[in-house]
Design a protein around this ligand. Structure first.
Ligand SMILES: Cc1cc2nc3c(=O)[nH]c(=O)nc-3n(C[C@H](O)[C@H](O)[C@H](O)COP(=O)(O)O)c2cc1C
Length: 216
């Protein structure tokens, strides 16, 4: 009680990990990515359903099409805000989020991450049977499960010396990701990049524990 234990290896990894947005061009070894995927696979999931899928986007053609989707999304946004009162502020915002999306195309490894559409949870069944009026659980469970899988993936990457970055920004610009990638049975929730880090960012500020905990 009251004595802080020494920082563990795990805590160290958690503290050291940063989102990496610049990469060296070298491809990480295939086996490293495989162990990262294994760590993702070991995450808990509702009823052990393991609904998370990682789709590696290696094909230049697919990357190019996605990139075009990002650019046309940006152009469309810029057109739509032209006559708005806060056009300048909105434009800056769009450009910032564009930058925070575009870098993924320069990463040696890019995955789209999603969940299978065939997953039928208990809550979905109850909803379909008309027993509950709203299914608040299904999407939440899937999002949590993706997050847990990604945490395993990024921490193993950190241990191996690989940088990663989760991205949902591109989802705002590209509404038809599944269509572009030709995916029918997975709903894409985010992207994740990986590679040897080409930058060493400082830690963005974190809240104190007191700010995130309350007791009732
Ligand atoms: C769900 C989620 C979505 C994110 N989307 C983006 C993104 O689109 N672009 C980006 O550059 N970073 C993205 N990030 C990374 C965050 O900006 C980053 O985690 C945060 O600023 C804290 O920095 P750190 O990861 O280095 O500790 C995302 C992170 C999460 C968890």
């Amino acid at each position: 009680m009251g004595i802080k234990p020494d920082k563990s290896f795990l805590e160290d990894l958690i503290n050291k990990r940063r989102s990496i947005r610049k990469y060296k061009p070298d491809n990480p070894p295939k086996e490293w990515i495989e162990t990262m995927l294994h760590c993702a696979l070991m995450a808990p999931s509702p009823s052990n359903s393991q609904p998370v899928r990682f789709i590696r986007i290696s094909s230049t053609g697919k990357r190019e099409k996605l990139y075009q989707g990002l650019n046309s999304g940006k152009e469309e946004f810029l057109r739509a805000i032209q006559h708005k009162k806060e056009a300048k502020k909105l434009k800056n915002w769009i450009n910032t989020y564009y930058r925070y999306s575009e870098f993924m195309f320069k990463a040696p490894i890019l995955f789209a991450v999603g969940t299978i559409t065939s997953y039928k949870s208990f809550s979905k069944r109850m909803f379909e049977e008309g027993i509950i009026r709203h299914d608040r659980r299904e999407e939440t469970s899937l999002d949590i499960t993706v997050g847990l899988a990604l945490k395993g993936f990024i921490l193993k990457g950190e241990e191996l010396g690989l940088g990663t970055c989760i991205l949902t920004g591109p989802m705002v610009f590209i509404p038809n990701i599944e269509e572009i990638l030709g995916i029918h049975d997975v709903r894409i929730k985010c992207f994740i990049t990986a590679g040897f880090p080409g930058e060493k960012p400082d830690m963005p500020p974190r809240k104190s524990i007191a700010e995130i905990i309350s007791e009732i």
